[in-house]
Design a protein around this ligand. Structure first.
Ligand SMILES: [Zn+2]
Length: 101
């Protein structure tokens, strides 16, 4: 089953949970508020490298479009562990530099 990442709408805590694609998001373990699905790490393993890379970069670009730079950074760092390509690594490094600088 896929591993999904969920983020609390209220306090922002992030948890990973193995669940079915149609399963309801869990409640926040900290404040019991509703959580939203962020992404699935499983899906990175199911397609070929260039597709995975494209998917990662698209998702990161989506975060950036919404102004969620830290989310994009966190996501890219994590994705880089699953999609070990130069492009993903460079994108993660670039955001690291941006956030630290
Ligand atoms: Zn919460």
């Amino acid at each position: 089953m896929p591993i999904y990442e969920f983020r609390c709408k209220n306090c922002g805590v992030v948890v990973e949970k193995i669940c079915r694609i149609d399963e309801e998001p869990p409640l926040c373990p900290t404040c019991r508020a509703e959580m939203v699905r962020c992404f699935s790490t499983f899906s990175f393993k199911s397609s070929n490298v260039s597709e995975r890379e494209k998917r990662v970069l698209n998702l990161a670009a989506g975060y950036l479009r919404d102004g969620k730079v830290e989310d994009a950074h966190r996501f890219l760092k994590k994705a880089a562990q699953h999609v070990k390509t130069d492009t993903v690594k460079k994108a993660a490094d670039k955001l690291s530099a941006k956030l630290e600088g």
